[in-house]
Write a protein that binds this ligand. Sequence first.
Ligand code: SF4
Length: 238
Amino acid sequence: MPTWNPWHGCRKISPGCQNCYVYRIDARHGKDSSLVSKTGDFNLPLKRDRAGAYKLSGTETVYTCFSSDFFIEEADEWRPEIWRMIRDRADLRFFIVTKRIHRFHVGRPDDWGGGYENVTICCTAENQDRADSRLPILLAEPIRHKSIICEPLLEALDLSSYLTCEIEGVTVGGESGNGARLCRYEWVLALREQCVRAGVHFFFKQTGARFEKGGKVYWISRRFQHSQARKAHIDYPD
Ligand code: SF4
């Protein structure tokens, strides 16, 4: 899965950030995650190999800015250039996850219109408070492809009023790492039920490390968190 991290580092702004994997990984190398800086991959979509072909081929979804937040303030001056690259690589699909949808409008390109066809903006909603704050903004903004991710899922959520025909999918997952907070299967199933009722795609991505099902709490190692979720067979549609 191609990943493009044009900048690295972020500041925590939300309960879902508590055990941020960027901070956990950087801590192993003594790196300060709160410093936001451009990476060597800043212009990756424009890079070519020796034969002159783009390094990122035209059939791929590019997971964009997964070691920061695309809309963080420190990147405001860099984002216009990034938007130009995204527009120029219309053959690629760019998938952007954010906890800062309230800053989506900052530096938006003049030719954005109703949204670039090759961009999906995925808004994080880890608890009801953040869902009620962010999802009305996601729905109101001119974005061609919108989706929601509830990860780490921290409590039972009612998203039913936000699951309009504009939302292309809801992804759900627990939290990883030694300090992971509990994710309950009943919360996952309740979100699935809301998606089925609304006709919105639902994807149970991973269980997280600390998962409760049927009154029992399981510790699940990182390498089994995705496969255990797949074994539940609850994605919608199948
Ligand atoms: S917004 Fe995302 S990348 Fe930034 S601190 Fe929170 S979880 Fe980490």
